[in-house]
Design a protein around this ligand. Structure first.
Ligand code: ADP
Ligand code: MG
Length: 659
């Protein structure tokens, strides 16, 4: 060890200094994302193999993976018609023989010799009697390592070129034992779970499959606890550093506004408004998340909060993810607030009044803007409230960036679609949460149908009938332009020609992100005023757009979208008094209606849709990847660990209160 290495905490030291790790190995381990001792200790096996439970070849099935062990009788390469290559060996055990095959892999023949004892993990190929394609294998070299590689449950690690399963497993066997003591045990009790150290040991060499599962849980808990502590600390920091701006208001704007909108608030809208008012009048700046299904009426609630702020002498900022939505909010707010002495301003990439200050002097101002707000070096000094609409389109860091510009303004973030509890607690764990769980009265259910392209003609006839009755339709495409038409994914530009013929008696509008902002605004205005009856669009209309007379939506290549996104899209309809229809066309090769999409046929409840999406596609897809600020958990699983996350949250509260 070099003298400098001495100063580095043990766990952070490089694996290159370990006995048995050559320079070449160190590079390989780095490729496995294990440059340090810590990384290696927490290297999670891909799966485990119970090598006390070896099956006879005869018992293999095409349904489930199993482990067999036998001797290689014959092995060789074959070249097939069409130039495809195949490596094959025949394995025998006392119960029978099986052929194991690999396609187009050149180097396989180098590894195996006739007479080798081999462990093979896989399942029978469909429709074949005694064939396994691309199974995983491990040659048993000698009996000496029987304590490590056989007669037990063994870890199967992720590998990289040059590292063999056997080398890594033997290495880990000693390594884990040697370094385990260095790991500090967290100082909170996790009742019923293994200690952290025992969990690491069991992660690599468990006594049973259950043992491995409990180990995973313990390590996941500790991961969740560190995150929750972070969130808790953030929250505590805010409360020690900052005093809330008093924004209780006096009703002078909000009362006339409630008269102007022409409808009664729903019960949850009222409850949530009261929660928000309490925050605006509270000791600490508000940090609140407002969840509500599409169409539940979050905008009015946000407007009320902003008006309270204005009544108290501060300005308010409303930030949205798209220009279309900004324009829509701008026109609604301008209309609602026309009779009041309030400025409503728009600040988007194309419509910023660049020289003018963001807020008017002496006149209370609501500024509505997009990402463009981040670029401007405005000061938020006299802003009392920041509202972020459709929060899932922004990252957590962007949210912080905006807040840092001001004197701890109040913050209200609104999500477009409801999010499952596990995700909510992880992404928004530092926020208080309000939920609007009821739609305004008179909202019909959106009738949703999953269909295949073979029904398109019938669907077009149906849409035309509806449009003749005065209704309007959205037709949604995954792409703007077709880069590669052969893959069958439709693009709005190409399809517009065909559809203009089909709907020649009506006016068609085309909307997508590559249009100039004025063009977008123009088309949206025409659609809103029913001068355009069929709006062909990409997902730019996904969030927030509100045209009550449009009750029809056809989504092409619906299988290209996530469930939560489709739910959000169909939320554009079902906003008026007419029965609504959403048709999802899925291009399944088998021409069978897509199973995944059926969730949308079955429920209109955004929470259920989001939960199904989480299970099917995972949290990354649901939140929109990198920018969401979702941590990469090694052990935690947001699909199933709600109980652990809740436990972690409670532990974090105690820990942070005690420190
Ligand atoms: P979202 O929660 O998806 O943002 P919006 O705020 O856009 O929903 O509201 C959807 C529509 O419902 C708007 O046209 C809005 O004016 C209307 N709305 C909101 N609250 C009510 C209510 N209490 N009664 C009737 N209509 C309402
Ligand atoms: Mg909205």
């Amino acid at each position: 060890m070099t003298p400098e290495e001495d100063d580095i905490p043990h766990l952070d030291r490089s694996v290159g200094n370990l006995a048995g790790v050559s320079a070449e190995r160190a590079i390989q381990l780095e490729k496995l994302k294990c440059p340090s001792i810590r990384n290696l200790l927490y290297l999670r096996p891909r799966r485990y193999e119970d090598r006390r439970n070896i099956r006879p070849i005869r018992d293999l099935s095409p349904e489930a993976h199993s482990l067999i062990k036998g001797k290689i009788l014959a092995a060789g390469n074959k070249r097939l018609r069409g130039g495809r290559r195949l490596f094959e060996f025949i394995l025998e055990d006392p119960s029978g023989q099986i052929s194991c095959r690999w396609w187009n892999i050149n180097y396989m023949s180098r590894y195996f010799n006739i007479g080798d004892d081999v462990l093979v993990y896989g399942k029978l190929s469909k429709g074949k009697k005694a064939v396994m394609d691309h199974p995983e294998t491990e040659i048993i070299e000698n009996d000496e390592d029987s304590t490590i590689h056989v007669n037990r449950i063994v870890p199967v690690y992720p590998l990289t070129e040059g590292i063999s399963q056997r080398w890594l497993r033997r290495f880990m066997y000693n390594f884990v034992h040697q370094h385990l003591q260095v790991i500090e045990e967290p100082n909170y009790a996790a009742a019923g779970l293994l200690s952290h150290r025992d969990a690491i040991n069991a992660l690599h060499f468990p006594d049973s499959m259950d043992h491995a599962a409990t180990a995973r849980k313990r390590l996941a808990l500790d991961e969740f606890v560190s995150l929750q502590c972070l969130l808790q600390r953030r929250r505590n920091n805010l409360q020690t550093k900052s005093k809330a701006l008093p924004c209780a208001g006096d009703g002078s704007f909000s009362k006339p506004f409630l008269k102007e909108i022409g409808f009664q608030l729903t019960t949850p809208q009222r409850t949530v408004s009261m929660e928000i008012n309490a925050d605006l009048n509270g000791k600490y700046p508000m940090r609140r998340l407002l969840q509500g299904d599409v169409g539940s009426g979050k905008t009015v609630v946000a407007a009320l909060a902003m008006l309270r702020t204005l009544e108290s002498g501060f300005n308010a900022l409303l930030m949205v993810p798209t220009e279309i939505l900004a324009e829509q909010h701008y026109s609604n707010f301008s209309r609602w607030l026309a009779k009041l002495n309030i400025h409503v301003r728009l600040h988007t990439g194309s419509r910023k009044e660049s020289k003018a200050p963001l807020f008017s002097k002496n006149i209370p101002t609501i500024t509505i803007g997009t990402h463009a707000l981040f670029q401007s070096s405005f000061s938020l000094n006299d802003v009392g409230l920041v509202v972020i609409d459709e929060q899932h389109k922004f990252g957590v860091s962007q949210r912080d960036l905006l807040l840092r510009k001001g004197h701890f303004p109040h913050l209200l973030v609104m999500t477009a679609t409801p999010i499952p509890r596990t995700l909510g607690l992880t992404l928004y764990g530092d926020l208080d949460c309000s939920v609007i769980d009821e739609l305004p009265a008179g909202r019909g259910k959106i009738n949703t149908y999953v269909r295949t392209p073979s029904s398109r003609d019938k669907i077009i006839v149906f849409l035309k009938e509806q449009i003749s009755l005065g209704r309007q339709a959205y037709v949604i495409f995954p792409r703007v332009e077709n880069e590669d038409p052969s893959i069958g994914i439709k693009a709005v530009k190409a399809e517009s020609k065909r559809l203009s013929k089909e709907f020649h008696t009506h006016k068609i509008g085309v909307l997508h992100g590559r249009l100039k902002p004025e063009e977008k605004a123009q088309i949206m205005a025409e659609f809103r005023e029913n001068r355009v009856q069929v709006l062909l669009s990409t997902t730019v209309v996904e969030v927030g757009v509100d045209v009550p007379n449009a009750n029809l939506m056809l989504i092409e290549n619906a299988d290209q979208f996530g469930l939560a996104q489709l739910h959000q899209l169909r939320g554009r309809i079902g906003r008026g008094k007419h029965e609504s229809y959403c048709i999802l066309l899925a291009t399944d090769k088998s021409n069978q209606p897509n199973e995944r999409l059926k969730v949308l046929e079955e429920t209109n409840d955004g929470f259920k849709v989001a939960e199904a999406d989480l299970q099917l596609r995972g949290p990354g897809e649901l939140t929109g990847h990198d920018q969401s600020g979702l941590p990469n958990f090694l052990f935690g699983d947001l699909r199933s660990d709600l109980d652990l996350i809740q436990l972690a949250r409670n532990l974090a509260r105690e820990i942070e209160a005690g420190s």
